[in-house]
Design a protein around this ligand. Structure first.
Ligand code: PLP
Length: 441
């Protein structure tokens, strides 16, 4: 496989030059067709090339190019109205940004502001998890996992971390269901260790994405997190940038456990890649308290951009009309079953896990001991390159660099519109790719 340079990133697969895309397929400038089983960076949930989204974008830009974020327009009003039917519980107040990281910043800042307004200014720490990704800005890096933080460590917020719910590599050395859900109790222990009067919020992906090749938690985990956060007046921030808007077969992943967080973060699937946009949905009563205190929440220049609002509204309408959340659950179950049936026995495959259209494969050196490959083997990079060689794009996970816990892996998260033919192509392509990688190790 040739070494190649893409921007700042050097990897074992040549960067593709893409001319156009349609549905779940990418077409390269040199005439190849690639099945996009990563939906880009887990973004293109409704597939590419939707003419009606293009029409809405053109009309929105032509009619009203820009207004300042505190004002409103028909596009903004429509999107907010529609979002109210999507978000759980009382998460009915929205704030918009241009992507996931900016939205995580909004969530963290709202939590800090809220605690001040409540007369608890010493609550300033945000607890995160060692294995999770929340974005690439400095505060988002501060609450995320180690490999991305390393080069910036000295300037980041020194906030506490706990281990995740990750049964394949349980930090407590236990086996579910015979455990005491120590992964959830770890939050309470950390809040007590730090001092409850110092902790503003806890941020968590409902299911780990790129930081460990998809890890759904045990079912007791989120309800316990909710209880603990409420007990200590710590806001629960649910980062659904990757899992939101149907990816896991529910509108939002927390609905698998009937939990309502205080703040929910969204991005990616909100506009399906047709426009850069992210958002937070915040519990109505919390926003009211901040408003009554006369506090304002500063906007970004492009918050709630009118064309982005129009696109998000159209994308969500398409998901509703075509019942794509239900489709993600149904077709995704078949995808997961096939992956497990055909690939579980492969010597490289440690674990296959996921739900809906959200699947990951963790690659190991030794199936029995679960020992990962040494990082210098760059197994993830070679697996992604080998899959591309088979005409399949899967999204790399860098769990192997997270330290003792984790291994190499990748995400299989296609657009929700795929069918049985694509499932067949993905599974067959991955088998060929894994055989190739195994042969070169
Ligand atoms: N949060 C989660 C859970 C993510 O997966 C990501 C990106 O992958 C982000 C936040 C950051 O989003 P963005 O890359 O749009 O800034």
């Amino acid at each position: 496989m040739p070494e190649a340079q893409t921007g700042f990133i050097r990897g074992p697969h040549a960067p593709l030059s893409i001319e156009r895309a349609e549905g779940a397929y990418l077409y390269t400038t040199d005439g190849r067709k690639v099945l996009d089983a990563g939906a880009g960076a887990i973004v293109v949930n409704i597939g590419q090339g939707r003419a009606e989204v293009a029409d809405v974008t053109r009309d929105a830009v032509a009619r009203l190019n820009y207004i300042i974020p505190p004002w409103t327009s028909p596009e903004r009003a429509r999107l907010e109205q529609r979002l109210k039917n999507w978000t759980p519980g009382n998460l009915k107040r929205f704030c918009f940004a241009s992507g996931g990281s900016e939205s995580v910043e909004l969530a963290l800042k709202f939590a800090l502001l809220y605690q001040r307004v409540k007369g608890r200014p010493s609550k300033k720490k945000i607890i995160g998890r060692r294995t999770s990704y929340h974005g690439n800005t400095l505060a988002a890096l501060s609450v995320g996992y180690t490999p991305r933080r390393l080069d910036y460590q000295e300037v980041l917020f020194d906030w506490p971390k706990i281990g995740p719910s990750y049964c394949y590599r349980c930090e407590w050395g236990k086996t579910y269901p015979g455990c005491d859900i120590d992964c959830a109790s770890a939050l309470e222990a950390e809040i007590k260790r730090q001092g409850p009067d110092t902790v503003a919020a806890f941020i968590c992906e409902p299911m780990i994405g790129g930081a460990a090749a998809v890890v759904p938690p045990v079912r007791e985990y989120w309800p316990r997190l909710r209880e603990i956060c409420s007990k200590y007046e710590v806001l629960l921030i649910d980062d659904e940038v990757m899992t939101g808007f149907g990816r896991t077969g529910r509108k939002f992943a927390v609905e698998h456990w009937n939990v309502v967080p205080d703040i929910l973060v969204g991005g990616k699937g909100l506009t399906g890649g047709y426009m850069p946009m992210g958002m937070i949905a915040v519990a109505e009563n919390l926003v009211e308290e901040v408003e009554h205190a006369g506090k304002e929440f500063m906007f970004y220049t492009y918050s709630a951009h009118t064309a982005a609002c129009a696109v998000a509204d159209k994308v969500l309408e398409i998901i509703e009309r075509e019942r794509l959340v239900e489709r993600a659950a149904e077709v995704g179950a078949r995808l997961g079953a096939h992956l497990k049936e055909e690939l579980s026995g492969h010597p490289l495959v440690g674990d296959i896990r996921g739900t809906g259209m959200f699947w990951g494969i963790e690659l190991v050196r030794d199936k029995k001991t679960r020992a990962p490959h040494p990082p210098d083997k760059r197994v993830t990079g070679h697996a992604v390159a080998a899959a591309l060689h088979q005409g399949i794009f899967v999204y790399p996970a860098i769990a192997g660099m997270a330290g003792a816990a984790g291994g190499d892996g990748f995400l299989i998260c296609p657009p929700f519109i795929i069918g049985d033919r694509e499932i067949e192509l993905i599974v067959r392509g991955l088998r060929g790719a894994l055989d190739d990688v195994q042969a070169r190790l």
